[in-house]
Design a protein around this ligand. Structure first.
Ligand code: ATP
Ligand code: MG
Length: 421
């Protein structure tokens, strides 16, 4: 027998048993995005490698070790997108959607990162993201966060998520803080973990979220970012937290929240849960006022977030929050040979009359008992048996195979009988 071929490690099939959960999640997301007047944008999954190097930053985890990068047949270096923001800005610049405009956009789709696969961390995963351009006030940061908060409400998981928030302030203020943090950590360099030693020069802020207990102990007395905030950033931060408080959304200041991508300034935030183990961040975002210009556009402020759909689905499953759906409402079978020929036509008629009904047609010639067993196995609510009388007239018989919480479209057999006349 030929050897079977397996999927790439960390790249998952979403099987028929799981797709209803995904469709539910995607449906709620689409609905909520529309409630805020955000419009969908779809970008290609492949981009020039240069795009991610220039936006995410050369010394970030993503660009240093997580990208799927290869040369195509022309020798151009391409990369499977590891995130959506860079592509969204690229598309916005390319099509003139950003400058002097205020587009509110969303996207959803697969992203690719070569990480060690584990629960909540995969090599192909999916993100829903939103990006709002051209608006620099805290009200739009608040809108973006309130949109995410509404999603948790809709999904019934608001209790499981905590909003952590910080300000990375202006580039200048952050630069001063970076120097102060570096000076402080240099005095204790020998106590730093290896990763953090390396980051002293390249990306000192990332040391703040080091997992090493020794490094974390050192950080207790380290300079604090909020002591370096510039006045405008402080006012922006307060403007945001006041709006969130007025809208009844709680947040906690996490001064060590710096995010792994280079392009953020001012507001950064994460929605974190304790229900998923180490992979607890379900949604993360912030302001990136410099990115549009950095990618060749005219300076345009922006704010957005990205949400990991796999982690969201895992969280919903853990809270038993995924509504069950019926795979089949009505299973159609012929009781005799003459009815066999008419069965597809009957099925079409039922579909015409009841577009919302999931109709499954029996396939194959078996005795009625076997057909009914199949109907039952399909999970159908009803079985409809079609016969032909001596005059060639169709006769119907119904079986209510199982009770549903919410019975679909018709509530009793009489109504179903009426469908076909
Ligand atoms: P983490 O700290 O977990 O590695 P990140 O900071 O790299 O996350 P972002 O780039 O901010 O993640 O992506 C936004 C969201 O996308 C994350 O909060 C998470 O929900 C999801 N995500 C990121 N990487 C993965 C992955 N490899 N597998 C599944 N989901 C992911
Ligand atoms: Mg990561």
């Amino acid at each position: 027998m030929a050897k079977t071929i397996q999927a790439i490690r960390g790249m998952n099939d979403i099987l028929p048993g799981q797709s209803p959960a995904w469709q539910y999640v995607e449906g709620v997301i689409r609905k909520v995005a529309a409630q805020y007047s955000y419009q969908e944008i779809r970008m290609p999954v492949l981009e020039s490698t240069e795009l991610f190097k220039r936006s995410i930053g050369e010394v970030t985890d993503i660009v240093e070790k997580e990208m799927y990068t290869f040369d195509d047949r022309n020798g151009d270096s391409l990369t499977l997108r590891p995130e959506g923001t860079a592509s969204c800005v690229r598309a916005g610049n390319e099509h003139g959607l950003l400058y002097n405009q205020t587009p509110r956009l969303w996207y959803m789709g697969p992203m690719f990162r070569h990480e060690r696969p584990q629960k909540g961390r995969y090599r192909q995963f999916h993100q829903f993201g939103i990006e709002a351009f051209g608006m620099d006030g805290p009200e739009i940061d608040a809108e973006v966060i309130l949109l995410s908060a509404r999603l948790w409400q809709e999904f019934g998981i608001a209790e499981q998520l905590e909003l952590q928030i910080n300000s990375l302030a202006s580039n200048e203020a952050r630069g001063r803080y970076r120097d102060a943090l570096r000076d402080y950590l240099r005095q204790h360099e020998e106590a730093l973990d290896e990763d953090s030693k390396r980051r002293l020069d390249s990306n000192v802020l990332r040391i703040l979220d080091s997992k090493s207990p020794e490094t974390q102990a050192l950080l207790v007395d380290a300079p604090r970012l909020s002591d370096y905030w510039d006045e405008e950033s402080r006012a922006h931060f307060e403007g945001l937290t006041e709006r969130l408080a007025a809208a009844g959304v709680k947040c906690v200041l996490n001064e060590k929240l710096v995010r792994g991508l280079d392009y953020y300034n001012r507001t950064v935030f994460e929605w974190v849960t304790t229900e998923l183990g180490a992979q607890g961040t379900v949604c993360a975002g912030g302001r990136y006022d410099g990115l549009v210009e950095q990618l060749g556009g005219k300076a345009t402020p922006a704010v957005g977030f990205a949400m990991g759909i796999e982690r969201l689905v895992l969280l919903l499953e853990s809270q038993d929050r995924i509504p069950s759906v019926t795979a089949v409402d009505l299973y159609l079978m012929a009781g005799d040979e003459r009815a066999e020929l008419k069965l597809p036509a009957v099925a079409e008629k039922v579909r015409d009359k009841h577009p919302g009904l999931k109709v499954m047609l029996h396939s194959g010639t078996q005795n009625l008992k076997k057909k009914l067993m199949k109907a039952d196995k399909s999970g159908a609510t009803y079985a409809l048996i079609v016969d032909c009388d001596v005059n060639g007239r169709l006769e119907y018989q119904y079986k209510h195979l199982r009770k549903r919480d919410e019975d679909k479209n018709f509530t009793d057999l009489a109504e179903l009988a009426g469908l076909l006349d």
